[in-house]
Design a protein around this ligand. Structure first.
Ligand SMILES: *Cc1c(COP(=O)(O)O)cnc(C)c1O
Length: 380
């Protein structure tokens, strides 16, 4: 059996839709850490209906974006992925080399896909001593924090910058969640303040914004990339920009810091139930393998692959406890890690005990579904 990611996502969204119809939006507890926030005022909405809107919004996003990311100019994008695609198309000719340093593999799949698209070689490194930057290198990429929120150390960040700048290479930072995790949790400086040339972040990761990307760099670099962005239709449209503005206005690192201070207690409660979660900066996670290990501990065996089993777990957590985690609703290819972000706004809807109970009981529910061979029914 192979996971049908399109059908699975449709099922996940259908469950959510039904719950909202029956019990209202407040019944849903989104702990993905992806806010999808779209808070706009009536005044914003009326501005959107005129050609004046974009002019007003562009000025606002410039000042707020530069405050958040640094640099001289920002560029709002449809997604972080759009920023990755546009940067590689702009700066990486065919047969050149893209070098990527990150705390843990893999990097975001859009990097490799775009490297293939332009015909560039692509290499990921997780050890500085192995990192090779040479004359053929067209772009050096750093991932600030990976999709599983593993952060680069400040020391490694500085060393990559030093190596890249010895050969005058452009450094691009994929700081999708890192722009907040690195700064709010680890007190690291912003990517551009560390000497990177370009940074892109996701406006819905650890902040209350819409899914979108925000890039910052010098005027010259932004103008170069903007040309590609407009040619390929990757820019954020005005409604998205308005929602980004609001998210930047209300962002503070406070909630992230509270989650950091509470997560040890949360993890201890899970450990007291015999579970073995892995800490993340703002919560905890069970990777696919950890879900399998927990089943083994309960004496359950299955021939199904770990991505399917982790997705079933995520689906059960959603249908039985209204808790959203990424595998149930993620795009095809998204990580199958069950990650709970305690800094998510919706964490206020349940206590630590409610959450640990739900996490533990869902392993029981998963065991039952596997024993009764009801996997297909749960997934699709
Ligand atoms: C989420 C993420 C992206 C992509 O963001 P999208 O909004 O899905 O385009 C890229 N890189 C990293 C490290 C991410 O965590």
């Amino acid at each position: 059996m192979i996971l049908d990611e399109i059908k699975k996502r449709e099922k996940g969204l259908e469950i959510i839709n039904n719950k909202i119809r029956e019990d209202g939006i407040d019944s849903i507890i989104d702990l993905t850490g992806l806010a999808g926030g779209f808070n706009i005022s009536p005044e914003d909405a009326s501005l959107l209906e005129t050609y004046a809107g974009p002019a007003v919004f562009d000025e606002k996003i410039q000042s707020l974006g530069i405050k958040h990311l640094g640099g001289e100019k920002v560029l709002p994008l449809n997604r972080t992925t759009a920023g990755i695609v546009a940067t590689i198309i702009t700066y990486c000719p065919k047969n050149s080399k893209i070098v990527h340093y990150l705390a843990k593999k893999p990097g975001h799949p859009s990097i490799q896909r775009t490297a293939e698209l332009v015909g560039a070689d692509y290499i990921e490194y997780t050890s500085i001593d192995d990192l090779v930057i040479d004359d053929d290198t067209s772009l050096v990429i750093i991932t600030g924090t990976t999709m599983d929120h593993e952060a680069i150390s400040l020391d490694d960040f500085n060393r990559v910058i030093t190596k890249a700048k010895e050969l005058d290479k452009i450094v691009f930072v994929d700081d999708a969640s890192g722009a907040r995790i690195r700064t709010a949790v680890y007190n690291q400086p912003r990517a551009l303040d560390l000497g990177a040339d370009i940074v892109v972040t996701s406006t819905d990761k650890l902040m209350e914004g819409p899914r979108g990307g925000l890039m910052a760099a010098s005027n010259e670099i932004i103008d170069n990339i903007k040309l590609t962005v407009n040619q390929y239709g990757l820019e954020a449209q005005a409604p998205l920009v308005v929602a980004m503005i609001h998210a930047l206005e209300i962002y503070t690192p406070e909630r992230i810091r509270i989650a950091v201070s509470q997560k040890d207690e949360l993890i201890e409660k899970l450990q007291n139930l015999g579970l073995n979660p892995l800490a993340t900066p703002t919560g905890f996670m069970f990777k696919e393998d950890a879900v399998m290990d927990e089943l083994k501990r309960r004496g359950v065996t299955s021939d199904l692959s770990s991505d399917i089993i982790a997705t079933v777990y995520s689906m059960l957590l959603l249908s039985n406890y209204n808790i959203i985690t990424i595998p149930a609703v993620g795009m095809p290819g998204a990580s199958k890690t069950i990650r709970i972000d305690w800094s998510a706004n919706d964490s206020q809807k349940l206590s630590q005990d409610d959450l640990t109970e739900a996490i533990n009981t869902t392993f029981d529910d998963l065991t039952r579904v596997l024993n009764d061979e009801r996997v297909e029914e749960v997934l699709y």
